[in-house]
Design a protein. Structure first.
Length: 299
């Protein structure tokens, strides 16, 4: 019988599922958001299970490894694990925080750190098998520097222009056009009435980053602040792990750090200044690849 391993990256924007048969990777399938922090563990587990079923097309997995935003909390990890075990009887299931699989996609083993900036933001560092995290507490409390954080700053600028606290400029026009709104009330309605307000807001981050890259001053200030916040996350996690000066790598992960931009340039510059002995790893494999490697070890 074929040995099937499944790796899952369950994030705030989408779910990525990759699987292998007898050690041969078969590709990546995508599903909807499966963040237990945003949707609750039951709904997130259902979304993950449906994406796995779509990818496997009726085949039964022997092992499933899930990295999920918010699964650093044991109760959340346990609920997701139970939900998947009930859907895939006999499979060996393990659930960890999504930061763990992002690190292992870039650094398969050994010490290292990863900074993730997507819908949310977190840094995870590991030394001698012990993990340390900074940030990643969800959009209400701890996603400064993330897509949501950048998008929220963009929306704040738009609202300030509407109520007279800030001048209207080209960046305001861009955000207004992206949201397809024409007034303060329309903006509030568009965001608060959305099924996932955090996703609507985070979707504005690439616009802000692109505008900053073209030299827009308003957008550049927002991106500069985001880089400062991400750098702060990395410094805290590295200090907690005792990795400074170790030569361990720092990996970039998440949609906002996947391509070169003003944000990646500013963050990399600060990190190299703070940690000259720690190489920066960019253009890394997707976190789902790290989850798949972990799943194969469960077989």
């Amino acid at each position: 019988m074929s040995r099937i391993a499944v790796g899952v990256d369950a994030g705030g924007s989408k779910t990525a599922v990759t699987y292998s048969i007898d050690g041969h990777c078969k590709g990546v399938w995508y599903g909807g958001s499966a963040s237990p922090t945003v949707h609750g563990a039951e709904r997130a587990g259902d979304s993950i299970a449906k994406t796995i079923e779509l990818a496997l097309d009726g085949a039964l997995p022997g092992a499933i490894f899930v990295g999920a935003a918010g699964a650093g909390r044991e109760n959340v990890a346990g609920e997701l694990r139970n939900a998947l075990e009930s859907r895939f009887a006999g499979a060996n299931v393990e659930v960890r925080d999504d930061a763990f699989i992002a690190l292992r996609a870039a650094v398969p083993e050994g010490d290292g750190a990863v900074v993730i900036a997507g819908t949310g933001a977190i840094t995870y560092a590991e030394k001698d098998g012990v993990g340390f995290r900074s940030g990643g507490y969800g959009y209400l409390f701890g996603d400064a520097g993330s897509g949501f954080g950048i998008g929220a700053a963009a929306v704040d600028r738009l609202l300030r222009a509407y109520d007279g606290r800030a001048p209207r400029d080209a960046f305001v026009d861009e955000i207004e056009a992206a949201l397809e709104v024409r007034s303060l009330n329309e903006t509030l309605q568009k965001i608060y009435a959305a099924e996932s307000p955090a996703r609507v807001v985070a979707a504005l981050a690439p616009i802000a980053i692109e505008s900053a890259g073209r030299g827009d001053r308003t957008a550049a200030r927002i991106v500069q602040q985001a880089a400062l916040e991400l750098n702060s996350l990395v410094k805290a996690a590295i200090a907690s792990a005792g990795l400074a000066g170790s030569g361990a790598p720092i990996a970039f992960s998440g949609g906002l750090l996947s391509a070169s931009s003003l944000l990646t340039y500013l963050l990399e510059t600060r990190l190299l200044n703070d940690f000259p002995d720690m190489p920066i790893l960019k253009d890394n494999p997707a976190p789902s690849a790290g989850a798949l490697c972990a799943a194969e070890r469960l077989l």
